[in-house]
Design a protein around this ligand. Structure first.
Ligand code: SF4
Ligand code: SF4
Length: 679
């Protein structure tokens, strides 16, 4: 129980804490509201449930760094439980005669408080040793990445971590010690095993010393929280609140890395994409406050892993540091450089990301998948690319060739050949929609399938499977054009928009909106199936591996599953990670008799082939290794004879890498393997 003067001091401290917190938390709100669009609060009960699940599930943190994640669970759950502990401690300290009843619920509460205190302290020691003792390299950002000078050179990231570590250590450690003082004074509480254990060292102290000890530890434990609360938004500890809030308010996506359509019809819009900090959507400003600087995204990033200048973590760290050092100005409607207007004065290119890093992104989505607080650094990159292409007309020269190809010939290869060339060598006729208007599946061939020799073989295999299984299908032939996927990921949203609108018209005229579409390209699968919907084109699209698994399951396709050849499957980013199609390609391979040897990085944790994000059409940025080579070596390391792929881009990249290594493997699409098993 606090003394009268202590209660007065406590009341004043609480008043200060609430007023100051209102100001600093308000700064964050005012800054976020300066971003574009709106945070999502529709279907609030479901959204709140999403936030709660994220809070207790810790954003599925266990996906990576198992040991650190277990310690983090202990710290996080302990800290969440401490909201209750602090609340009850304050009531006990302030209200005369307030005591928890002596019953089993109180006993369990005491036990949990005791165990969580130790879990938090153990976790804090683990994180302290990892960062400052063994200096885990995963927590550092490489020198060639653009990082705010205060964050790296002046030790800001380490300092931020230390502040949080010391705060939690003092807060929780003092509370545990305070319980030990009570145990020493009143006798050991069997429901507080650790506090009782510590109390043994305090038994024998005069009663006045034990009472003074409890008062001091109360002030350190609870007083510190009140002092720290207004500072919370300036620390990375803020992620405890903002992480779940981020999950709660994020826009619902039809696939992991969904990009949102720009409105080209609205003539009042002057800026497309993000040049200034406040050109970013509000949700991406929230990302900066949610970031815990754990570098899990960086660890997953193919560009970072192959020595490029890109670190998705650095993007969030940089945003946060620039915001933090200008909190008051930005919150009050001002700018970083004193300029008036709606902008922040912070131009994103060359502050949060370098030009080389901007164009190194493969749009693989690994950073989004890895992030435990729901951040999406990839979306910042896509927004900045949009600004560079649409507003500044500044992009790698090689992309121009692909853009012109899409504009003039409907394909990035700039090929003027017929799109039906691939079908001429087949022993059966491939009908156009006009010739088979009652088709069940529209086979979307894609530009690679139409013009790239390796992919033509894959489309022939898919057509053979459909023919063999007596599935009624048809193709659009020369009416098909590029979906615009590469244009979109390269930032050329307008070109994507034109391609998409043209294709939607063609598809609807062909009745595809009433039928099913199958494609061998995960990029076409995503674009037509998950992106055209925003523009009014709603289609049921299947990847060919899904259809194959289905046909075999229904007994329409009979495979000779006896080859027992060893195969490893490279999950395409736009099939596995972005769309969650993981089982069907494996099922199809098993049905074809293959023995699957998994790479370490598989399924949603797959490593990009290096061609996504429009990389297919340009030289890779300078680094230490080609992304494709990194992946191919991993595939080869499994000991498999065959590398199975399910995407035309992956096929090209893996075939090239295989050739460079002296052809140690066979690279085949799942459809080709299935056709072989049919014979
Ligand atoms: S999308 Fe992929 S390549 Fe781009 S930043 Fe994220 S992890 Fe790196
Ligand atoms: S963006 Fe997410 S994964 Fe990356 S450092 Fe921040 S919290 Fe970690």
């Amino acid at each position: 129980m606090l003394t009268g003067i202590e209660k007065l001091l406590f009341g004043l401290l609480m008043l200060f804490s609430l007023v100051a917190s209102y100001y600093t938390f308000g700064q964050v709100v005012r800054i976020v509201l300066r971003g574009q669009g709106k945070l999502n609060f529709d279907h609030l009960p479901q959204r709140m449930m999403t936030g709660i699940v994220a809070l207790f599930g810790q954003g599925n943190i266990i996906k990576r760094r198992r040991l650190a994640s277990i310690f983090h669970w202990g710290v996080a759950w302990g800290f969440i439980f401490y909201f209750l502990v602090n609340f009850l401690d304050i009531l006990e300290a302030l209200i005369t005669g307030f005591h928890l009843p002596n019953n089993i619920i109180t006993n369990i509460y005491d036990l949990l408080a005791d165990l969580f205190s130790v879990a938090v302290l153990a976790g804090i020691i683990f994180f302290l040793v990892r960062r400052f003792g063994v200096q885990d390299k995963a927590l550092k950002i490489r020198e060639n990445v653009l990082v705010h000078p205060k964050a790296r050179d002046q030790g800001g990231i380490n300092r931020d971590s230390l502040i949080v570590i010391v705060f939690i250590f003092l807060h929780v450690g003092s509370r545990l010690l305070g319980s030990a003082f009570i145990n020493a004074s009143e006798g050991p509480n069997p429901w507080e095993p650790f506090a009782s254990l510590i109390s043994r060292g305090l038994v024998g102290l005069p009663e006045s010393a034990l009472t003074a000890g409890w008062h001091i530890t109360f002030w350190v434990a609870v007083g510190l929280v009140l002092l720290f609360l207004p500072y919370f938004p300036y620390t990375k500890h803020f992620h405890l609140m903002v992480g779940p809030f981020n999950f709660m308010t994020n826009t619902e996506r039809t696939y992991l890395g969904q990009l949102f359509t720009l409105n080209f019809e609205d003539e009042s819009i002057e800026q497309f994409g993000a040049a200034d900090l406040f050109d970013l959507p509000q949700s991406q400003l929230v990302d900066a406050f949610a970031c815990i600087m754990c570098n899990r995204c960086q660890e997953a990033c193919p560009a970072y892993n192959t020595g490029k200048e890109l670190s998705p973590a650095a993007i969030e760290v940089n945003k946060r540091y620039y915001i933090r050092e200008n909190m008051a100005a930005l919150a009050n409607g001002g700018s970083i450089n004193g300029e008036t207007g709606n902008g922040s004065g912070l131009m994103l290119l060359d502050t949060i990301i370098s030009e080389s890093a901007l164009w190194a992104c493969t749009a693989c989505g690994a950073c989004i998948e890895a992030c435990p607080v729901g951040n999406a650094p990839m979306l910042d990159i896509m927004d900045i690319r949009r600004d560079q292409v649409l507003m500044a007309s500044a992009f790698p020269d090689q992309l121009k060739v692909a853009f012109v190809g899409m504009e003039r010939t409907g394909n990035p290869w700039q090929s003027k050949e017929s799109r039906m060339e691939w079908a001429t060598s087949l022993p059966f006729e491939v009908p156009l929609v006009d010739e088979n208007p009652d088709y069940e599946y529209l086979l979307w061939v894609g530009c690679a399938g139409a013009f790239n020799p390796d992919s033509q073989e894959v489309v022939r295999a898919v057509a053979t499977i459909l023919h063999e299984a007596e599935v009624s299908f048809a193709v659009l032939g020369d009416a098909e054009t590029c979906t615009g996927d590469s244009a979109r990921r390269a930032g050329n949203e307008y070109l994507y928009y034109e391609m998409a609108m043209g294709n939607i018209e063609t598809l609807n005229a062909a009745g595809a909106n009433q039928k099913k579409i199958v494609t061998s390209c995960p990029h076409c699968f995503t674009t037509i199936g998950k992106e055209y919907g925003e523009l009014g084109g709603h289609y049921k699209v299947f990847h060919h591996t899904q259809l194959i698994a289905d046909l075999v399951g229904k007994g329409k396709l009979h495979l000779n599953g006896k080859s027992l050849e060893k195969v490893t499957f490279h999950d395409p980013c736009y099939l596995g990670r972005h769309n969650g199609v993981l089982a069907e390609p494996r099922t199809a391979l098993a049905q074809a008799g293959m023995t699957l040897l998994e790479m370490d990085r598989n399924q949603k944790n797959s490593f990009c082939c290096g061609a996504g994000g429009a990389q297919m059409w340009k030289e890779e940025e300078h680094g230490t290794e080609a992304v494709s080579m990194n992946r191919f070596k991993e595939a080869h390391h499994t000991g498999a004879e065959t590398l199975a792929v399910g995407c035309p881009f992956c096929m090209t990249m893996m075939k090239d890498a295989n050739r460079e290594e002296g052809d140690p493997m066979k690279v085949k699409d799942v459809a080709q393997i299935v056709v072989e098993a049919m014979r």
